[in-house]
Design a protein around this ligand. Structure first.
Ligand code: GTQ
Ligand code: FE2
Length: 371
């Protein structure tokens, strides 16, 4: 029987499994401490738990509080070289005050005033933008200007040059997802400055990347790849929306194409591989039809969700919230997630799943199904 299925097993760190604290043993422990040594037998319960027991906590950040805080930052804090971005990170209350949403994932709200530039730079961290409201900002990736609008998903592979510019008369906010914590813990990160100004003199409706790649099922023969990150720089809302509404329409006609009743979902993919858009980040969009409840689902690795539209009830482990447009919540590793909605609910999701799959550490469990 696997340890996952035997919660009654006595943990080695239980007091009765520890040797008696004689003066000689105390002296040995002081000796260990002086030599920077730590015995396994006092730590094993935390280091080798029967199943993942994240210190990260389920948590909800409400858009109605986030957006005014970002607007305030827009008034008080200039954006420019050095600070690089007016980005405000979600700090998980279980992660010791670090600006990390989960042990592997960065999630932030970023804000640009009219005509402002977020200067060009590049880094090994993989990134994306997702837009829950507004438009007018262009993200320029390796010289290719890409318009950002509500519902668009804009991936940005590590080491690509990028800057953002607001060409419109109104401020704009969006969310960023990056693998900053993962690259921080693993000491993998590099960073370089580019030009201070973002060139959007050319700002066509369709980016070069879309002209080359946004044709379903068609790859240019001169660019067959495969490439580790997607070459397509914008996944437009009209396609995502249509894919989801067609799944629900097919299901209503008796065709079982959804992941479970009333639950349509798509994954954003790299057209050169069919796999995830970025080497470390998985991104998906989920749509629940009105009067839908999902089965409890848990998996190894952590996720961040943003409500795109609608309202619903979300439970993550012991936490339960009513959520609405723009709200962001965190699902730590192996915590069960259920979602219910009366009105219908659209959810954007990102996770670190590609890391675990690549290392064969992925596991998942769906209520009622033996995983
Ligand atoms: O927009 O380039 O939230 O480099 C964090 C780091 C955004 C960005 C973040 C970044 C960016
Ligand atoms: Fe960046």
């Amino acid at each position: 029987m696997s340890p996952v299925n035997s919660p009654m097993r006595v943990q080695a760190t239980d007091a009765d499994s520890q040797p008696e604290r004689t003066p000689q043993l105390e002296a040995l422990y002081r000796n260990f401490e002086q030599q920077l040594l730590i015995p396994l037998w006092t730590e094993i319960g935390e280091l080798m738990p029967p199943h993942p027991a994240s210190t990260a906590l389920p948590h909800l950040w409400r858009w109605k509080n986030l957006l005014p805080a970002a607007e305030q930052a827009g008034e008080l804090v200039p954006v420019g070289r050095g600070g690089e971005r007016r980005a405000i990170a979600l700090a998980n209350p279980g992660l010791g005050g670090q600006p990390f949403a989960t042990p592997t994932l960065w999630a932030a709200i970023q804000y640009l005033n009219p005509m402002e530039d977020a200067p060009v730079h590049r880094h090994t961290q993989n990134a994306f933008r997702f837009v829950v409201e507004g438009e007018g900002v262009w993200t320029v990736v390796n010289g290719d200007p890409v318009a950002m609008r509500r519902g668009d998903f804009l991936p940005q592979a590590g080491w690509h040059w990028h800057g953002h510019h607001n060409r419109s008369a109104s401020a704009m906010a969006w969310i960023d997802g990056l693998d900053i914590p993962f690259q921080h813990y693993t000491d993998a990160a590099f960073f370089e400055f580019g030009p201070d100004e973002v060139d959007t003199r050319q700002a066509p409706e369709r980016s070069r990347s879309e002209r080359l790649w946004a044709h379903p099922g068609l790859r240019p023969l001169t660019r067959l790849g495969p490439t580790p990150a997607t070459p397509l720089l914008a996944y437009r809302w009209e396609h995502t929306d249509h894919a989801l509404s067609e799944q629900l329409a097919l299901e209503a006609g008796g065709d079982p194409v959804t992941v479970e009743p009333g639950h349509a979902a798509v994954r954003y993919t790299n057209p050169t591989t069919g796999g995830d858009v970025l080497p470390t980040l998985r991104t998906e969009f989920h749509r629940l039809a009105p009067h839908t409840a999902t089965a409890a689902h848990r998996e190894v690795g952590s996720s961040v969700f943003q409500v795109f539209d609608g309202t619903g009830q979300v439970s993550v482990g012991e936490a339960r919230w009513t959520v609405e447009r723009g709200d962001l919540f965190v699902v730590p590793s192996w915590q069960p997630l259920t979602v219910e909605t009366e009105s219908g609910l659209d959810l954007f999701r990102f996770s670190d799943a590609p890391i675990f799959e690549r290392l064969h550490l992925d596991r998942s469990h769906q209520e009622g199904i033996h995983a």
